[in-house]
Structure formats: structure tokens, C-alpha cells
Write a protein that binds this ligand. Sequence first.
Ligand SMILES: CC(C)(COP(=O)(O)OP(=O)(O)OC[C@H]1O[C@@H](n2cnc3c(N)ncnc32)[C@H](O)[C@@H]1OP(=O)(O)O)[C@@H](O)C(=O)NCCC(=O)NCCS
Length: 381
Amino acid sequence: MQKPTGSPVPVSEGLEGVVVSESRICFVDGIEGRLLYQGYDIHDLAQRATFEEVAYLLWHGDLPTRAQLDQLNRDLVRARALPEPVLRALDWLPHDALPMDVLRTVVSALGLYDPDARDNSTAATVRKSVRLTAQIGTIVAAIGRIRAGQAPVAPDPQLSHAANFLYMLWGKRADPESVRAVDIALVLHADHELNASTFSARVTAATLADIYSAITSAIGTLKGPLHGGANESVMRLLLEIGQPAKVLPAIAAMLSAKKKIPGFGHRVYRTEDPRATHLRRMSETLGRQHGQPQWYEMSREIEQYMLREKRIYANVDFYSASTYYALGIPIDLFTPVFAVSRISGWTAHVLEQYADNRLIRPRAEYVGPRNRAFVPIEQRG
Ligand SMILES: CC(C)(COP(=O)(O)OP(=O)(O)OC[C@H]1O[C@@H](n2cnc3c(N)ncnc32)[C@H](O)[C@@H]1OP(=O)(O)O)[C@@H](O)C(=O)NCCC(=O)NCCS
């Protein structure tokens, strides 16, 4: 942080190290490599909780009782179907548009059909959080189907969130291992404190705009390759490299050309990202099960090289790429799948923002010219 001339506070490029609010939702310890949701360790949640339990935890602060979970499941199931005009819009938008662009557009449109859209009370915001969480899964699966030239599949009320997502994407019920893998991935991606997209959601909510506006901001922010878009870039890089023997020269060439390696580095972690620990294991197991171990093996080589040469660790996006690929999820749905999970965290943060709101409005250090004389247009050359 450098102290600029004429400004009472230091400039922090990229807001690094700046604490903008208190929060009870998520704790990230980048030195010890710890991640807690509402006080619960991510390792316990990944091994023992479902995505539905985690969503409840993020919104309400405690894990649900059986009765509370049953009620949430009923609410999610009831909310899964999309309003008819939104379903039609999905078909009407260009079929070759980027899935993240379609998701952003359609989530914005969802707000037009929500009877609670203009009600920012806690009760209405919880209802909308449930609806958004249910419907983003339906939208992403429908985008996947439409892009593949297939009709969207109606949700199955008998299935869990993860199982129903795969069912709507594939048009048939998924095996239990794939369902559990997706469920764990959804738990791992559910929240991560003030990451860029969550911050966007909170900035929008802090103006007291509605939650659909906040989530639309978040989706636009998640798309970028420095944030959620990195999982797609990782898989494209692995495919481009193509075989294990080419890994080290390719990565060395990228580093000497000062290119960033997607899936590495983090603003907060200076050690292993605890989410990567689970995703690495899943990438290995699923890669073997699906007869394509090479993507895990290449990833492992890249990881060891990055640690050896740069002391930079893999982040959540690195092994989620080969995990999703082994599951047969199309590459340009990887970032939308991130949103299928992160919607739970975004909405939890919008709830927290509304509950104790103050407009988020930082300052910029002005470094441009001052006192320029106005020149009439005829005299400008
Ligand atoms: C995540 C990320 C945006 C964090 O950015 P940041 O906190 O602003 O960190 P910086 O980009 O300033 O990086 C700090 C140093 O590490 C290096 N570095 C960081 N990530 C790197 C990567 N993925 N590959 C190679 N070098 C990297 C930078 O080159 C820089 O080195 P320098 O000090 O010698 O110039 C950055 O690590 C990145 O671009 N990673 C790749 C994209 C990605 O995986 N995003 C998903 C994040 S979960």
C-alpha cells in the first residue's frame, strides 16, 4: 500500500488487505489454509453435509434440523420450474451465445416474474434466495441442453439438488458417485467471503436495489478469467497441452512469457486452498473411473512445478476443471456450474447486507490534470 500525495488514506490497488465490513458468514485464513462457513470447517461440510444443508446454514446461521431441511427441500423442489416466458427466452436467445452471458441475461429476466421482486424484507429475500438457488440449477442445465440441440428436461421432484441438476443436464438419472461428486463440488464452491462476485452483489445490494440486480452483478463478475472463468481456462490449457510429456515445456514457456497459469494463485491464500485438497482427490478418482487419468496426472505435474519454481499454490478452479471434465460436463458450463453453487453464498451476503446496510462507496486517488482551460469545439485540433 503506498500513501498518495494529497490523500488522507493510503491507496490499496485492487482493495488488497482492505476490510470493508464485518460478516458472520465465511472465514478464510489464508495463512493456515482454513475455510469456515458460519463456524463449520469446510472439511467437515465437504465430507458430511449436502449442498441443501450448506445453503440453509449460509442463510440462517445454523445447520438445519431434519424438519427444517425437509421444508427447505420442499421449497426448493417447488421453485425449480422456470416461469414460462423465461424458458421461452432461453430458446429464443442465440444458441451459440456464451453460457455465462445467457445465465446473466436470464437471471435478470427472472426478477420480472417474481412476485416478491420489489420487497427487500428479510422474509421475502429468503424466499427469493430459495427460488434463485433452485432456478439457477434449472437454467444452467437448460442452457447445456439447448446448446447441444436438445430440449430442456423438466426437474424431477424426487431428486436432490445435485442429482436433479445432472438429471436435467443429461436427460437421465446420474449414478450415485457422480451425484456425490457434484454435491461435494457445490458445497466447496458455496461461499468464499468477499471474493469479487460476492463483493459486486453486496455493492449492488447496498444501494438497496433488489436481489435480482445484485445477483446479475455477481454473475457478470464471476465470468472473468481472473475469477470463476479460470476453471474453463484450466481445462482449455490442459487440452491444448494434450499430453503429459509436453506439460513442463509448455508451462515453462508460459511463465517465461510472463503469462499467468490459470488455476494458480490467490489474493488471500498463501498455502494450500482447503477446497483444492478435496477437488484434487475427486479429480484423481473420477479421472480413473472414467478412463481418462491423464488430466489429473498432467494437473499434478503442473502443480508440483508451480510449487517448486514459483511457490504458488493451486486454487479452487484448478482441480475442479478436470473433475467436471471427467464427469462429462461441457467446458463452457464449468463457470455456470460455479454459479449453481455460489448463488447460495451471494444470496446469504445480500441478506446480511440488507440486515445492516450502509452504502458502499470508496474513493479514488485522483491523478489526472487539474485546472485545464475549456476549448470550444471549433478550436480543438
Ligand atoms: C487469483 C489472482 C487474480 C490473484 O491476483 P493478485 O492477488 O492480484 O496477485 P498478482 O496477480 O499481483 O500476483 C502476485 C505475484 O504472483 C504471480 N502470480 C500470481 N498468480 C499467478 C499465476 N496464476 N501464474 C503465474 N504467476 C502468478 C504474479 O505474476 C505476481 O508475481 P510478481 O510479484 O513477480 O509480479 C492471480 O493469482 C491470477 O491471475 N491467477 C490466475 C487466474 C485464476 O486462477 N483465478 C481464479 C482465482 S480463485
